[in-house]
Design a protein around this ligand. Structure first.
Ligand code: FMN
Length: 415
């Protein structure tokens, strides 16, 4: 197979047929894979071929992502822990072999997945009886592919290639939106929506949020409704079950992902329509919409951008049109635990969370005071707070103190 074709065609596969893979093919692929360069030519890589379902299950229990039990074959790649560890040359060597193996697998019509999220290294070593000086680097999952996803978009070369100097500006890894540009947040989501959920799993908010949307938001929506930043699609799908909506998103990648979620939730296609725009520039005419909903999404953007988004809502809404915002309240019991992790445990880098909530990019709960400031073009007509503990519900809902979720319903002012 031509090299360029193989490089472009290879995809990360996450569903496989049960069909067995010939052991001789696997061994051949690994053998060719080791024609990769290695630091000081030490070739201190080791490969464990795992086909035993019991072992795969043990590896999953040790923290590997669940795909491991779905693929017929897993190759656990190890490298020496100390020799050539300077400059991560050991990991680089193993990685060179891994990429070769992925391309060779593709040549053999096998679908592979490079998995770094493998779990607890010590447990893994125990399970496959690895000696103490070898460290696991990654798993390669293999099998005949059931579903081959479309290729995720690659970055524009002009954004990533610099000549004699570094291209572009820095990219934040912070969980605080204030440390990001809005453009970078959108780019993050564009790429991560596939990797995190892989079109199979997606983030679902607690049942409380579903109830809240059903009881407090949907009855308030009459006429046309525009939902901003659907992303994971969960909250939008709850609305689309009952009301026709337009969904504004900022990239085709995210739109495709949200569409897949809508399908999974069995939302009839006639109930929703996507529009592609920019975070702060929504391609809709002035005074054209009856309602806009922003449900647990505004907290993803820096404050400056929040203001521009709300102003944009005022442009689009008809006079007296309703803006309905549900947001996570920073001064709440529920957020305390997050604050503890962010501030005390210093888990304030997106990577320390790996997947999960921060897979949507930076996110930081906001406050009622800050929200009030954004509403210059609106009259607030209703405010409510919601606790996640039902038994103290009524007392605190009115005061909104300590409530984890807060709802603002505002009406566009007449100019
Ligand atoms: C170092 C590395 C680690 C990865 N780890 C995981 C992983 O743990 N789980 C997973 O589902 N995909 C993982 N991937 C696959 C990427 O998500 C995938 O390569 C990316 O989304 C681009 O898709 P493509 O490989 O089809 O071009 C990893 C890829 C690399 C290079």
């Amino acid at each position: 197979m031509e090299l360029k074709k193989a490089i472009k065609e290879r995809r990360s596969i996450r569903s496989w047929h049960e069909k067995k893979v010939d052991m001789s093919i696997i061994k051949k692929i690994i053998e060719y894979g080791t024609w990769a360069p290695s630091a000081c030519n030490r070739q201190l890589w080791r490969f464990v071929i795992i086909t035993d379902n019991k072992i795969k299950k043990q590896l999953q229990d040790a923290g590997a992502q669940g795909w491991i039990t779905k693929a017929p074959v897993t190759i656990a790649v190890f490298y020496h822990k100390d020799i050539n560890s300077k400059n991560h040359a050991n990991i680089q060597s193993a990685s060179a072999a891994i990429e070769n193996i992925l391309l060779l697998a593709h040549e053999h019509s096998l679908g592979s997945l490079w998995m770094a999220d493998i779990g607890d290294f010590n447990q893994i070593k125990k399970i496959v009886k690895a000696p103490k000086n070898f460290t696991p680097v990654a798993y390669i999952l293999l099998g005949y592919p059931k579903h081959i996803p479309t290729a995720p978009k690659r970055q524009n070369p002009k954004d990533i290639i610099g000549h004699n100097t570094f291209p572009g500006t820095d990219i934040s890894s912070s969980t605080y939106p204030e440390k990001w540009t809005t453009e970078n947040i959108i780019q993050f989501q564009e790429k991560t929506c596939r990797a995190t959920t892989a079109g199979h799993k997606y983030f679902k908010y607690p049942k409380k949020v579903t109830e809240l949307i059903e009881q407090e938001i949907i009855p308030k929506i009459n006429g046309t409704n525009l939902d901003l930043f659907a992303y994971d699609g969960h909250t939008s799908s709850i609305i689309a079950k009952k009301r026709k909506i337009e969904l504004h998103e900022c990239s085709n990648e995210v739109i495709n992902f949200t569409k897949a979620v809508m399908k999974k939730e069995n939302i009839p296609e006639k109930n929703y329509k996507f529009i592609l725009g920019k975070a702060e520039k929504i391609p809709k005419k002035n005074n054209s919409t009856d309602n806009i909903t922003i449900i647990l999404k505004l907290e993803r953007f820096p404050d400056k951008s929040k203001k521009k988004i709300i102003d944009e809502c005022s442009r689009i809404l008809k006079p007296k049109g309703k803006l309905i915002i549900l947001y996570r309240n920073r001064t709440s019991l529920g957020w305390l635990n997050k604050e503890y992790r962010l501030k005390v445990q210093k888990r304030n880098k997106i990577d320390t969370h790996y997947l999960g909530m921060w897979s949507i990019g930076p996110y930081y709960a906001t406050t009622e005071k800050k929200m009030n400031k954004l509403m210059t073009h609106f009259n607030i007509i209703e405010k409510k707070g919601f606790l996640t503990i039902p038994f103290i519900k009524t007392a605190l809902d009115k005061t909104r103190i300590f409530c984890e979720y807060q709802l603002i319903i505002a009406e566009k002012k007449h100019n």
